[in-house]
Design a protein around this ligand. Structure first.
Ligand code: NDP
Length: 291
């Protein structure tokens, strides 16, 4: 029979630690989501936030190696800079040029980009076919790179317009999309009123909305049969979401992508199917899904 000592030893040896690194990091919802999944599946692991300032990434990664971290997520401002400290990259990371998930494989750090998967899942779950669609993406930061990469796996998209405040970043993303075979073009945000095309899918991949800002995508750019995909997840009801509601457009919420990218990371780390319902509930609490 096992004694208390054996059980304690077993618990210690099977215990795994995960974290999310970034700066700032205390707003992250990932610990809540992953810990609820560990608890639900009775997996002996914990997930914490670890603030690593921009200039301390190298030593921060060394610390994670020293403590033999089992895996971690990566958020602003490290998604690109982290790549040079990793031992291997999977296709999603190479193709998107950014990493948001790292797995420790026997001491070797392997990078993935689960945002690429997380973005497309809510569209696939709704059986939305992107064939012949004109797509508008607001933003050209790290998230927009993952989104453009994700779209490059889809067949028959007609055109992707990148709408961004700064021209340089916007044009770089257009180049990235063209390299992946997407028909991309750039539109400066200050010239938004020049947009004449009807967009089937409108994605906010910028940080506009995080601080309750008014979205530049007013109701006049949204059709009743448009799909509006807001990737900002807090607040849930951004100004863009409210605009979409006003014209009765279909809405995909930021938390949906958050849950899907987290679920994919969870599956990479644990090899277990992620309890998506539990992870979603941990984010939405007692109020449930928005209608
Ligand atoms: P970045 O900082 O890399 O990029 C921010 C983008 O927003 C840039 O294109 C920037 O334009 C634009 N932007 C910021 N403020 C303004 C403004 N006031 N007016 C016009 N444009 C502005 O951030 P990320 O790409 O990593 O993240 C963007 C958002 O996506 C964040 O809110 C993040 O929380 C969310 N996100 C959600 C995920 C999910 O799972 N739901 C996953 C990842 C991110 P410019 O280039 O001109 O500076």
């Amino acid at each position: 029979m096992k004694g208390l000592k054996d059980i304690t030893h077993e618990m210690k040896s099977s215990f795994k630690l995960y974290c999310v690194i970034g700066d700032p990091i205390n707003h992250s919802l990932s610990p809540l989501m992953h810990n609820s999944a560990f608890k639900f599946l009775k997996i002996n692991s914990t997930y914490i936030s670890y603030r690593i300032p921009k200039k301390e990434l190298k030593s921060g990664i060394e610390t994670l190696r020293d403590i033999n971290i089992s895996g971690f997520n990566v958020t602003l401002p490290h998604k690109i800079a982290i790549m040079k400290y990793l031992d291997q990259l999977d296709e999603s990371a190479i193709r998107s040029g950014a990493v948001n998930t790292v797995q420790n494989l026997g001491g070797k750090f392997m990078g993935y980009n689960t945002d690429v998967y997380g973005f497309i899942q809510p569209l696939h779950k709704r059986k939305i076919n992107l064939m012949n669609m004109n797509i508008l993406i607001l933003g050209a930061g790290g998230a927009a790179y993952a989104i453009v990469t994700s779209l490059s796996y889809e067949k028959g998209i007609s055109e992707v317009t990148i709408l961004n405040r700064s021209q340089d970043r916007g044009l770089d993303l257009v180049k990235h999309g063209l390299n992946l075979g997407l028909n991309c073009k750039f539109q400066k945000l200050s010239d938004l009123s020049n947009l004449t095309l009807k967009y089937d899918l409108i994605v906010n991949a910028s940080s506009i909305g995080l601080k309750n800002e008014v979205s530049p995508i007013s109701t006049k750019y949204i059709e009743k049969d448009s799909i509006v995909y807001e990737i900002v997840y807090r607040p849930i009801y951004t100004n863009l979401v409210l605009n979409a509601k006003k014209v009765n457009a279909r809405i995909i919420y930021g938390y949906e992508m958050l849950v899907e990218q987290g679920a994919k990371a969870f599956e990479i780390w644990t090899g277990s199917k992620a309890p998506i319902k539990t992870m979603k509930q941990s984010l939405l609490g007692v109020f449930g899904e928005p209608k």
